[in-house]
Design a protein around this ligand. Sequence first.
Ligand code: TRP
Length: 453
Amino acid sequence: MATSENPGRGTWNSKLGFILAAAGSAVGLGNIWGFPTQVADNGGAAFIIVYLVCCIFVGLPVMIAEITIGRKTGKNPVGAFKALDPSGFGAMIGYWGVLCGMMILSFYLVISGWTLAYVIEQILSFTGNEAGASWFGDLGNGPKNAIFTVVFMLFTVGIINGGVSNGIERATKVLMPFLLFILLIMIGYVLTLEGSAIGVREYLMPDFSLIDMDLTLSAMGQAFFSLSLGMGALITYGSYLKKDQNIMSSATYVTVVDIIIAFIAGMLVIPAMYVAFTQGIAIFGDDGDLISSVSLVFTVLPQLFENIGGSLGLVISVSFFLLLGLAALTSSISLLEVPVAYVIDEHKVPRKKASLIIGGIVLVIAIIISFDIGLIDHFVNIFNEIGLPLGGMMTCIFLAWVWKTGNAIVEIEQGYPGAAESGFTKTWAFFISYICPILIGIVFVTTVLNIIR
Ligand code: TRP
């Protein structure tokens, strides 16, 4: 199926298709190990409150902006900004997004590969093959990392090759509800264990005195990363959206789903950490802070699963890592789709060839990272913490001051008659013009200063 404006380009088959795919992009490693650890590391429930503010008052408006630009132009980020700004200056934002997407994907694949390796590690350790288990469980094992990175890339390219509705939509339609189901079952189990009550309290009782600039920075960064904003992923997904769909409500659903899944993941991981603590497993580092996110999920939880023991422990751990892998897959496809859509649209390359070319380039970087996982931190600093807020801020400024909110509202009106008169739309226009760029700007400048210092 094709939109009237873009014959030959794909569209989502159903309203739910777009929401599921965009939510699938949002829900990933960021929610399931990033969010819970940030919560624990930043004073529990206090972080959740600031995070909610960032998602709703910055994330949601930027998401609406990206989807609107995407649907208006029906193009990848580079083509979209070009179409709205013939001077060509705006296209820089698009190129920046394509670059960030490829760089984020390259380390995202390595971490995603760990989830698959851990499925095997858990099975081997269950069958008593300790040597094999420790080979698969070693996060610094370069050859192993490279193999699983390639495997994960093949899955990602396979889905991308299927195109918009056949590949992305069908995959996420099945994977998303499955993900929620496994999470809820695991929470039910963990909450019956001794020690979980302390974790629940830690997770739900805010200590407001902990809210400071550092916490706000982390919350803003986490919101951008988790909602998949700032690099044009939702411009690209929005370009496959039909004109009769309501952008405002779709974006709101996606934001709410992402927040809920992160909240639920926290409800699993935080109590599970305290259960582990009760059983004598270290969850705090020498400095008294919670241990870092990578080791948290990939070290503490397997130990917990082992303590559960038996085939039940195996089933739970394999489900968990499978779930984390599935969530990562529906996110990695959105990261790959941005550069692939750019090559298809702007260089007239067929989809399969485009995904192989881009996939190949990303894979080279990902394999380098596989052998030196210390690089992940640098990639996160440059592309997540600087790249995404920068892209998001420029998108706001572009929409409000180059394209103009009035034009955006005309696009939003399609699929939402009366949008121009609604308070929601008016508030959005005000936020995208002033509040969002200023807030992101403050966070961006502070982040850069912190990194330079
Ligand atoms: N949101 C995903 C997560 O939480 C990661 C992700 C996918 C992403 N696509 C993106 C982040 C685009 C930024 C931009 O794991």
